[in-house]
Design a protein around this ligand. Structure first.
Ligand SMILES: NC(=O)c1ccc[n+]([C@@H]2O[C@H](COP(=O)([O-])OP(=O)(O)OC[C@H]3O[C@@H](n4cnc5c(N)ncnc54)[C@H](O)[C@@H]3O)[C@@H](O)[C@H]2O)c1
Ligand SMILES: O=P(O)(O)OC[C@H](O)CO
Length: 357
């Protein structure tokens, strides 16, 4: 292996982690030698019901039978159960774990990675500090803990479809041309097109926030709301997403909300994402989202309820809950404090209808 070859590691191997591993694995194999073909994918070890280790199965059958069943992963993707071994020689670290595990994982990586590495986060979610009410994005946690730059990639990217090579696009948040070029080389293909913007934080915020509004789309469907009402939920939800982003950071690209990371991801997620499906089932059955996650997702994680909670806390701290009734009600529904139908009843009082043009 030539020493100039760059190595890539994936921090995560769930549903999206395995799909993007397949995509990047094929891309670097086809680039023939520009990158180290061995793509190490950190896989938190677990024993399957039949007693086999998940990493052993992935490396033997080239399929993540638990998190992305029935989709083959190229043989140059190697599942590695040891987190440090997976990342220590990597020049590029792709973070793709459920957001609630980012802090603990970054802590384990401190001083264990190459100093001149950079990261790309595919994680949709953020943290809000309970004491200070400070909102922290995943890219910020990665940069602060590991002292490396972090780009973001968000968009309408339902993992199972990406694994089937169904056309999609994504938005990359990057302020660095050199890193952008590397990401383009690693990910951009005719079936996975990329667009680049400097709005790293807004791109990431949108990816997190859409999970909450997609749950509302699911509740609406489960309650058999009319199409007009469901469209209103999406429009008002999108308006709240934009207002939320602006509370955190002013966009540098006015049209950023119209990119894949914004309107397109909201649409895709509200048509068929896991958060949408889980919420639909909740409205139909009155079960808790935790129970639905356990029943239907076999270890995959609904990111919407956690983000709804963080968003609620952030808005409450700023005394702005009344300005964001959809985010407020989404959290209260997730916590079983109000019935799903209440958010539909509240629509007509949305502050948007008092807003001057
Ligand atoms: N699945 C999708 O279609 C999709 C698409 C785009 C973005 N995303 C985002 O990507 C991120 C990862 O999603 P996913 O679908 O790959 O995950 P997932 O929902 O499949 O979650 C399961 C993964 O979480 C891991 N995990 C469990 N406990 C852990 C711990 N303590 N530490 C670290 N990892 C642990 C499991 O090992 C498993 O790999 C999420 O933020 C999600 O919103 C998902
Ligand atoms: O299945 P969800 O709801 O986690 O959404 C998946 C992706 O974020 C869609 O882009």
């Amino acid at each position: 292996m030539a020493s100039s070859q760059k190595s890539i590691a994936l921090v995560g191997s769930g549903n999206w982690g395995s799909a993007i591993a397949g995509h990047i694995g094929e891309k670097i194999r086809d680039l023939k030698g520009q990158y180290n073909e061995r793509l190490l994918m950190w896989c938190k070890e677990e024993t399957l019901d039949d007693g086999r280790k998940l990493t052993e199965v992935i490396n033997k059958e080239h399929e993540n039978v638990k998190y992305l069943p029935d989709k083959k992963i190229p043989e140059n993707v190697i599942a590695e159960p040891d987190l440090i071994k997976a990342v220590k020689d990597a020049d590029i670290l792709v973070f793709v774990i459920p957001h609630q595990f980012v802090k603990e994982t970054c802590e384990k990586l401190k001083d264990k990675i190459k100093k001149d590495a950079f990261a790309l986060t595919l994680v949709k979610g953020f943290y809000v500090d309970e004491k200070t009410n400070e909102l922290q994005l995943v890219s910020e946690i990665i940069t602060k803990t590991l002292n490396i730059p972090c780009l973001s990639m968000m968009g309408a990217n339902i993992a199972n479809e990406v694994a089937e090579k169904v056309f999609c696009e994504a938005t990359i948040g990057s302020r660095d041309d050199k890193h952008s070029e590397t990401v383009r080389e690693l990910i951009d293909t005719p079936v996975f097109r990329l667009r680049f913007y400097p709005d790293v934080e807004i791109i990431e915020m949108l990816g997190a926030l859409k999970n909450v509004i997609a749950m509302l789309a699911g509740f609406s469907e489960g309650l058999e709301a009319g199409f007009n009402t469901r469209a209103a939920v999406l429009r008002l939800g999108f308006r709240e997403m934009i207002n939320f982003c602006r509370l955190y950071k002013k966009e540098s690209t006015p049209d950023i909300y119209l990119e894949s990371c914004g309107i397109a991801d909201l649409i895709a997620s509200s048509l068929g994402g896991r958060n949408y499906n889980g919420a639909k089932k909740k409205a139909e059955t009155n079960k808790s989202l935790k129970d639905i996650e356990k029943e239907d997702l076999n270890g995959q994680s609904l990111q919407g309820p956690g983000t709804a909670k963080e968003a609620y806390q952030f808005l409450e701290g700023k005394k702005l809950l009344d300005q964001f009734p959809l985010f407020r009600d989404a959290h209260l529904i997730c916590e079983d404090k109000i019935k799903p139908k209440v958010f539909l009843e509240n629509l007509s009082k949305h502050p948007e209808f008092d807003r001057k043009q």
